[in-house]
Design a protein. Structure first.
Length: 198
């Protein structure tokens, strides 16, 4: 199968996985159910993803891809740290409060095995958090922020940016945020971070 055709087919399978996940939860979601929803063979899913956990790892990875790629490319430039955070914030907030992240988090909360939660942590937070720490270390080296522990500084930034927005989305108490909301909240988070650590 040609690469562009495979990529398109993977996106269709992954969209089907979200549909099944929202309808049946993680425990009720099977590779066979996803294959049927996607009109794909069960064999194709196992060949491409390995197993259900592998498929959901691919979902989480793809969902976090834009933010991870943004941070990796920005860290290769000589852009100042605060401008990197300024462009990162809206992307990160939109990612974490978007429909796909909400579906994954709802499913993880109901998964008593802890499998999906571990996958979310590994392919999501644990992939992005070290990159965020590097941006903050750059800010310290530039004399823009002052802190001892990069992990604590990154945690503070995330608290200021996200607050309870993600959990309120997951429990259905907030609508999906607009682009302007994400941009305004990101600027506010950055202002507060600079006041607290500047």
């Amino acid at each position: 199968m040609r690469e562009e055709n495979r990529s398109l087919r993977q996106r269709q399978i992954e969209a089907a996985a979200y549909e099944v996940l929202e309808a049946k939860g993680y425990g009720g979601t099977s590779m066979l159910g996803i294959a049927r929803q996607a009109r794909a063979s069960n064999e194709t899913l196992y060949n491409w993803y390995g197993d259900k956990q592998g498929l959901f790892k691919a979902l989480v990875t793809r969902n976090a891809e834009e933010v991870k790629n943004h941070l990796e490319s920005e860290l290769k430039t000589d852009h100042d740290s605060l401008s990197i955070l300024d462009t990162l914030g809206p992307k990160l907030l939109a990612l974490l409060t978007g429909d796909r992240a909400v579906a994954l988090n709802r499913a993880a909360a109901s998964d008593s095995s802890g499998e999906l939660g571990a996958t979310l942590s590994t392919a999501g937070r644990e992939a992005v958090f070290p990159l965020l720490e590097k941006v903050l270390l750059r800010a310290r080296n530039e004399g823009r922020l002052d802190f001892k522990d990069a992990g604590e500084a990154a945690g503070l930034y995330l608290d200021l940016l996200i607050g309870d927005q993600q959990i309120r989305r997951v429990i259905g108490r907030l609508p999906s945020p607009s682009r302007s909301f994400c941009e305004e909240r990101s600027k506010r988070a950055l202002r507060h971070l600079c006041r607290l650590l500047g």
